[in-house]
Design a protein around this ligand. Structure first.
Ligand code: PNS
Length: 170
């Protein structure tokens, strides 16, 4: 890899669903990366059942980032480092909202580096307006009938509405 190669950064996650906070991080990464690959993990590290199927999560991401050809959305199975290698990238982007995120992120970053010494994790801080936002809170608020319209894109909102989760203001 030379300095002239395009800089490809992988932005992995569960994206269950993609929020405006995730969107902010992916677009911020384009300030230094030529291409951002938003990659939905098939097998999250922590055993958790997803709310939306892999296909639905990917479709929502594709809708959200349809306006920018520098952002590609895909999914991957297996280890993140193997996926990154297959895309000829050694840079991963993760959002860091608060100190509480740090322990989990630090552990993953170190493990990934153990698995591949060349691998670099780059932490980006989201816009302060999104520092409280998480996909799990969005799911909970939607489930309990709250208004999530400022936390997700219209296409994600429609998915919740299609499931009959229509809180006030939706
Ligand atoms: O949005 P999340 O759930 O915090 O994302 C976690 C993710 C998908 C980045 C992590 O679980 C992952 O990298 N999974 C792929 C499997 C893997 O490589 N595991 C070892 C990483 S330490």
């Amino acid at each position: 890899m030379t300095r002239l190669d395009p800089m490809v950064a992988i932005y992995p996650g569960s994206f269950d669903p993609v929020t405006v906070g995730h969107e902010d991080i992916a677009r911020r990464a384009l300030r230094f990366a030529d291409q951002v690959v938003v990659a939905v993990a098939h097998t999250p590290t922590q055993a958790k059942r997803s709310y939306f199927s892999l296909e639905e999560r990917l479709e929502m991401l594709e809708e959200v980032f349809a306006d920018d050809e520098r952002i590609e959305c895909t999914s991957f199975d297996g280890l993140l480092v193997d996926f990154a290698r297959s895309r000829e990238s050694r840079f991963v982007i993760r959002g860091l909202r608060a100190v509480s995120d740090f322990e989990y992120e630090f552990q993953m970053a170190q493990m990934n580096r153990e698995l591949w010494n060349e691998f670099e994790t780059m932490f980006l801080v989201p816009n302060v307006d999104f520092s409280f936002l998480s996909a799990s809170l969005v799911r909970e608020v939607a489930r309990l009938g709250g208004d999530i319209s400022s936390f997700v894109s219209p296409s994600v909102l429609r998915r919740f509405q299609a499931q009959g989760l229509e809180g006030e203001g939706l």
